[in-house]
Design a protein around this ligand. Sequence first.
Ligand code: R5P
Length: 293
Amino acid sequence: MTPLLLALPGDLLAPRFAEALPAETGRLELRSFPDGETYVRIDSPVAGREVVIVCSLHQPDTRALRLLLLAATARDLGAARIGLIAPYLAYLRQDTRFRDGEGITSRYFASIMAATFDWLVTVDPHLHRYSNLGEIYPIPSAAVSATKPIVEWITARVPAPAIVGPDGESEQWVDEVARGCGAPYATFLKTRYGDRRVELRAPDFSALKGRTPVIVDDIISTGGTLIAAISGLKSAGLPAPICIAVHALFVGDAFDNLLAAGAAGVVTCNTVMHSSNAIDVVPVAVDAARRFL
Ligand code: R5P
């Protein structure tokens, strides 16, 4: 039987996934009661079927509960298995106890998700102190990389690029992107002093001279990290950089602030819908999801 694909209302990527997998798009009613609780009704046959739910987990505290209620409904209606394609998977950055008394929320979130889903596909999860998703997600999972589509985008549009990582954590992406583009790279050293305050220490940029800097990071949230990187490049006398990120969270005015800080352009992958989406990661995510079906 064809898999059934479900998504939260308004998800413009869901039809792309349905077509590419292929899967039948499920009809559902998912809305808020006047008091804010969620109403769910799946109006497509579910019993005995493979169900795939596509749901990016930006604004996770709202979306994750809706997602869990939708999955619970599918399970209750007899779904054979339920897989989650979360192009952006939230709750990975708190991966240790930085200060006494803190919750390691990445672990708790992972156990809630793993209790609900049979498999998981995501794009470039923020794995820093975890070496792979399996360390916290005890279900079959695939973390696909946006490196190839990012390399293709840069290669087609930026002559003589130089890849810049805003911090040590980004080196895992920056190194691969630079190799794919045949370009040099350098990474800043970042110290975080708060949710919105970071300080970057510049490396030796001499190998980057005469090239167009392209900053690559996994997430843009407040934009603080990339704004500091733009300023560091400016101070080093390098041209205005193009900023590329996988996940376009863009809290508040982050997008406009990046442009105001001097970014020559801001481009993201389509894991979270945003006007800056220009790099398509649906094909890589679909390839991974097919292996679970
Ligand atoms: C953190 O290490 C990530 O790779 C990003 O650099 C970070 O999440 C960006 O956050 P913000 O845009 O708030 O500086």
